[in-house]
Ligand binder design. Structure first.
Ligand code: ATP
Ligand code: MG
Length: 604
């Protein structure tokens, strides 16, 4: 391809809002242009690398037997009403109406569409397992699109959905997907960190995120220095840093009310009582909506604020909980939501805290709290002589002991794990990294199959509901992540598999013998399948060199009069300082070995 015949509008200046390298470089290299906030167009160069990522993903999906289909991007709102996500998805869901007033959704993800398609086709267990995928446009009305295509509003996702008769079959495909993802990222030259992830409100037994390390990452990852434990902070757990006393000391004085005037924060209290935060029971009041609870096992005096009419599991439109945790720890709201099987939890308003605890914010505690259930983090179980709020302004309780002075409704792991905590597997030190999610594999279970009424007949002719998995990768984010990992001050350094062109031929002056050699070389490289960009522009050599570096073409071949007099051309690998003189007649053979060698290494 001749440079003058394609369209690569390289730029020196950087858009003001481009704060990360991939955004700056994709823009400067003429890969993308912005149409509006969160909406990007790919120009020819950008699309070439994008298509290569797409092809790698397609090959790896096909290799594990996933079947590509192409549903629509716009889907009936009815399907989203069936699944319950018409209301639950929130403002990121772009809704529209057709001319008849029918509701439509611009897909942000496609569980509903795939589930509906399979529902209509599925009749027998013989059709299962079944894995469909698409590589298709998504739209999410992200509040803050940023970092270029890393978080856009419109983007392309490979999303796959699998359907199974049971857990074993689901697990097999889930594992296959995990392996396929590892291969995809390796072939793209990407270093990913697979981490355990939260499996969400509806339970589900497996969830793995594939993260790329990034300073601007939205996710905090906890990794072990000594073993391969890695988890999203939302999910991370740790070895206890306390010991639960085998027997409860009987010499702890009885609970005592102490005046703590004008002391509100735990830090103030530590100073005031000359003790440390590890001796406190911090109690926070949370509000949860649409939570399904079975309180039949709970103490009769403990009820969520609004009682349902019937006993047994019931959906509470609104419920409040007190969450008790050791004073130096933070509540992990994702764990709390999981424990309550709620989509979301949020701190209660000051007014609700006052109404439920009888005191302003800052004086809640588990002792004597009967208006709402108390959920305790496991750390609380070890506390035998602690301080906590006394449900009255400016008052605290001292000498509070777990079990003796209060019994939580539920004890579970709710702490936010931090760097320095101990690995739950090996006890080693955990450290933190920031990461961006590039892909996600997830066991959905029957979350969609049940409400959307998917059925099949098993061997015995019984009606059954299939279990499901879903698996996503963002293509735009993959391209941007590759650039984040592979660039220098001069520009992008493409891994061979994704390079928009694998070789750049730069004639010092595109005329005479130089032109003839450059043309000949371009033709012979293309003949052996090496994608070649011939810079035929009437520009200074420096401009051409800079552009080739900026757009990151792996091999640069400079053709000039001086070297050509010795029948040589100059070959340089992008990212390496040294160039070499190669016989012009052997350049094609030499480059073929280099290019295919690197391709083979990545694709192995
Ligand atoms: P994030 O937490 O980054 O918003 P997510 O959990 O919403 O991601 P999923 O719903 O699992 O992501 O979507 C699967 C993949 O789609 C993500 O791993 C990511 O690569 C990609 N993706 C999600 N949102 C965007 C976006 N706004 N722009 C570009 N890619 C995205
Ligand atoms: Mg998101």
């Amino acid at each position: 391809m001749k440079f003058s015949r394609t369209f690569i509008p390289t730029l020196r200046e950087v858009p003001a809002d481009a704060v990360i390298a991939s955004h700056r470089l994709m823009f400067r290299a003429g890969m993308i242009r912005k149409l509006a906030n969160g909406l990007f167009a790919y120009l020819p160069l950008g699309l070439r690398s994008f298509r290569k990522v797409e092809q790698i993903i397609r090959e790896e999906m096909d290799a594990i037997g996933a079947l590509e289909i192409k549903p629509t991007v716009v889907v009936p709102g009815e399907l989203w009403k069936e699944s319950g996500r018409w209301d639950a998805y929130g403002d990121a869901l772009l809704r529209a109406k057709n001319r008849l007033g029918g509701d439509l959704v611009v897909s942000p993800t496609a569980e509903e569409a795939f589930t509906a398609l399979v529902r209509d086709e599925l009749s027998s267990y013989r059709q299962l397992p079944l894995t469909f995928y698409q590589i298709n446009t998504k739209y999410r009305d992200e509040i803050r699109p940023r970092y270029g295509v890393m978080r856009g509003r419109e983007f392309v996702m490979k999303d796959a959905y699998s359907f199974h008769t049971g857990d074993e079959s689901l697990d097999r495909v889930y594992q296959d997907m995990g392996r396929a993802y590892r291969r995809i990222f390796k072939r793209c030259g990407l270093t990913v960190i697979p981490v355990q992830a939260d499996s969400g409100a509806m339970g589900g037994s497996g969830s793995e995120d594939f993260m790329v390390e990034s300073e601007i990452g939205d996710n905090t990852l906890l990794l072990c220095r000594d073993c391969d434990y890695a988890a999203n902070v939302e999910k991370a757990s740790c070895k206890p840093d306390y010991e639960v006393p085998a027997s409860r000391a009987s010499d702890i004085p009885a609970v005592e009310k102490i005046a703590t005037p004008a002391v509100k924060t735990i830090e103030d209290l530590c100073v005031f009582l000359k003790t440390d935060a590890k001796r406190f029971i911090k109690t926070l009041i949370y509000r949860v909506v649409n939570v399904e609870l079975d309180l039949s096992g709970a103490d009769g005096t403990i009820k969520p604020e609004r009682s349902p009419a019937a006993s047994g599991p019931a959906v509470y439109p609104e419920a409040f909980f007190a969450v008790a945790i050791r004073g130096d720890l933070e509540v992990n709201e994702v764990k709390l939501a999981s424990a309550l099987k709620a989509a979301e939890v949020a701190l209660a308003s000051d007014a609700d805290v006052k109404r439920l605890t009888g005191a302003p914010v800052g004086f809640a505690g588990p002792v004597g709290l009967t208006a709402i259930p108390v959920i305790a983090d496991e750390s609380v179980v070890a506390l035998t002589d602690a301080v906590t709020g006394a449900l009255a302004q400016d008052l605290h309780y001292a000498h509070v002991s777990y079990a003796r002075d209060f019994t939580p409704w539920l004890v579970t792991d709710l702490r936010t794990v931090k760097a320095g905590d101990r690995c739950p597997r090996c006890g080693g030190g955990l450290y933190e990294k920031k990461g961006n999610e590039l892909g996600h594999i997830f066991k959905l279970g029957r979350k969609y199959a049940v409400p959307m009424g998917v059925h099949y007949l098993d061997e015995a002719g019984q009606t059954q509901i299939p279990t499901m998995g879903c698996y996503g990768i963002g293509l735009d984010r993959a391209v941007a992540s590759v650039i984040e990992e592979h660039h220098d001050d001069a520009g992008i350094i493409w891994p061979m598999t994704l390079a928009p062109y694998q070789a750049a031929i730069i004639p010092i002056k595109y005329a005479g013998a130089v032109k003839a050699t450059a043309d000949g070389l371009a033709a012979s490289l293309e003949a052996v399948g090496i994608e070649t960009l011939l810079d035929d522009r009437d520009e200074r050599p420096g401009v051409k060199f800079n552009d080739a570096d900026l757009i990151g073409i792996p091999y640069r071949v400079v053709v000039g009069d001086k070297n050509l007099a010795q029948a040589k051309v100059e070959v340089k690998r992008r990212g390496q300082a040294e160039s070499r003189l190669v016989d012009a007649a052997k350049a094609t053979e030499e480059l073929t070995g280099l290019v295919y060698g690197e391709m083979g290494e990545l694709n192995r």
